[in-house]
Design a protein around this ligand. Sequence first.
Ligand code: TYD
Length: 199
Amino acid sequence: MRYIAFEGVDGAGKTTVAGRVADALRHDGFDVVMVREPGGTPIGEAVRQILLEAGESMVPRTEALLFAAARTQLAAEVIEPALAHGSFVLSDRTVYSSLAYQGGGRNLGVESVREPNVWGLGKVWPELVIWLDVDPETGLSREDGADRISNEGPALMQAVAGAYRALSESEPERIHRIDAGQDLDRVVADCLAVIEAAS
Ligand code: TYD
């Protein structure tokens, strides 16, 4: 399984952990491509600006569709070619963020949000999802640069955390929970063990 997602509420440590996991895989001789969502392509970065800086007038469905659009571009331009080349793709957030934030957090419904993503992504779907589970309050207190979405605070983040939990229960083979309250070395070791067991 080579397309690996790092997921969790804001401040769960995805970026740091994904970087450490990439270092370890490269050290073992694997080719690793790292991407982040929203973003990762010129079009995706432009959409990211709109998403993170838009005013309050953006309605939840527009938000969901823009995330899906940025992701569709990333899948076609970067992820699919990297997987075809045999690389690992480690992604800081994926479609599972949309399912948790827009589906759960914004109350659009997980299955409704899944639809445009299935259409956009086709078979380029994360094979393994590492859910870095941390108490949302702890996550928010770790955040430095806040954006429009993380600015909304504890109520949204509690709903997002609940959505990740429900997703992990409905897709237990794909989604693996890791306790992100542990120290960093332990979290990284747990991630590597999950990746190894899945490959
Ligand atoms: P980012 O700066 O990447 O936050 P973090 O480092 O915490 O991941 O900003 C991404 C924000 O966008 C974050 O609050 C999560 C949110 N988001 C969604 O709501 N839906 C999505 O599909 C994605 C990819 C991100």
